[in-house]
Design a protein around this ligand. Structure first.
Ligand code: PGA
Length: 312
């Protein structure tokens, strides 16, 4: 995948987040206009390179779209969803993953096209054994999963998992060869009190402290107030946090990891808003809940990668 204007994007994003970092609160009016300036610079330089269509993104990873089916579905509804997904035309330059409820993974694995990979929605923190009700990483591997979602806000805030526990789970899953979709995101009151970056950085640091490598990790930024509420973050709100997360990785891990690690957005993504979100330079894909239960709509979201393609 060709990548346009990475160095300019990171140069500008460094300035951008440096400015925001010094603000105690997210100042939307200010960052908005600065953002637009930054964005038009990036677009302009991307479009100067000739006439070929390329995917223009700040990161260098392939676009990634995951469908988190959560605790939804029956054998019957999942049969229909799989058949819709099997019949959908999906753009080639996207990694596509679905996370069915554990008890339907085998059904999905046996019927879904190999074009789409399968993820667990959670995993136990270490090797399996006497842990009633848990599912181990070994079992996810055994049944053909390639990924696991960890740190989802519903597990953090409803089940009560903390940063360290989630970090340990990520390290264990990676050690056994599973890819990790590592979720971070602030609650509404945290955003309103200007703590968005603090919360996201703290959650990201817990992953960084635990994982030996970022090679198999996709970061999902999912503001809690946007999940399942129909209240999607604006493209600018999402981009602003994605830039900050990438910048955190650059400063605290390495420039290479910052560039290679996919940072995807989740929270009320649907077929109507995904194209605008996907245009943002630092949005490398999506984690989709409700809209991933409808095959054709999920396909539209996957195919929103086309809105990243600019003349280059
Ligand atoms: P939503 O869920 O798309 O239904 O808001 C997203 C998620 O929880 O991953």
């Amino acid at each position: 995948m060709a990548v346009a204007s990475t160095s300019l994007a990171s140069q500008l994003s460094a300035q951008f987040s440096g400015l925001r970092r010094s603000c105690p609160k997210l100042d939307h009016s200010h960052s908005h206009s600065l953002f637009q300036q930054v964005h038009s610079h990036i677009r302009l330089s991307s479009s100067r390179k000739g006439s070929r269509g390329v995917v223009s993104m700040a990161g260098t990873g392939k676009f990634f779209v995951g469908g988190n089916w959560k605790c939804n579905g029956t054998k019957e509804s999942i049969t229909k969803l799989v058949s819709d997904l099997n019949g959908a035309k999906l753009e080639a330059d996207v990694d596509v993953v679905v996370a069915p409820p554990f008890i339907y993974i085998d059904q999905v694995k046996n019927t879904l096209t190999a074009r789409i990979e399968i993820s667990g929605q959670n995993s136990w923190v270490g090797k399996g054994g006497a842990f009633t009700g848990e599912i181990s990483v070994e079992q996810l591997n055994d049944i053909g999963c390639k990924w696991v979602i960890l740190g989802h806000s519903e597990r953090r805030h409803i089940i009560g998992e903390d940063d360290q526990f989630i970090g340990k789970k990520a390290a264990y899953a990676l050690s056994q060869g599973l890819g990790v979709i590592a979720c971070v995101g602030e609650k509404l009151e945290e955003r309103e009190s200007g703590k968005t970056f603090d919360v996201c950085f703290q959650q990201l640091k817990a992953f960084a402290d635990a994982v030996p490598s970022w090679e198999n990790v996709v970061i999902a930024y999912e503001p809690v107030w946007a999940i399942g509420t129909g209240k999607v973050a604006t493209p600018i709100q999402a981009q602003e946090v994605h830039v900050a997360l990438r910048d955190w990785l650059r400063k605290n891990v390495s420039a290479e990891v910052a560039s290679k690690t996919r940072i995807i957005y989740g929270g009320s993504v649907n077929g109507g808003n995904s194209a605008e979100l996907a245009k943002q330079e630092d949005i490398d894909g999506f984690l989709v809940g409700g809209a991933s239960l409808k095959g054709p709509e999920f396909a539209t979201i996957v195919n929103s990668v086309t809105s990243k393609k600019v003349a280059a």
